[in-house]
Design a protein around this ligand. Structure first.
Ligand code: ZN
Length: 89
């Protein structure tokens, strides 16, 4: 049963069973208000601390394991070796 069913099936039955005045009292005069209960959830924004690999410049979440040498941080031993071979410049 969806909202379309409420409008097409339930409301006409309420109207037929209770009459216009009672139906208006039940729905508060605006049938759409019955369907207006849903509110969008506030969007949750999570800020993650990131770090950047010195060699490949990719960004990573702080919790990811990293390798460090001479105050530089690398995502892999390959990046660390490549930067070391390049003279840590
Ligand atoms: Zn890297």
């Amino acid at each position: 049963m969806g909202y379309r069913n409420v409008a097409e099936e339930v409301f006409p039955k309420l109207l037929a069973a209770y009459g216009g005045e009672t139906f208006r009292m039940i729905t508060g005069g605006n049938v759409a208000r019955i369907l207006a209960w849903w509110k969008e959830k506030p969007k949750v924004q999570i800020k993650l601390k990131m770090w950047k690999c010195k060699w490949c410049s990719k960004d990573f979440v702080e919790t990811l394991e990293n390798y460090s040498k001479a105050d530089f941080i690398y995502c892999s031993m390959d990046c660390l070796r490549a930067h070391t071979r390049a003279g840590l410049k």
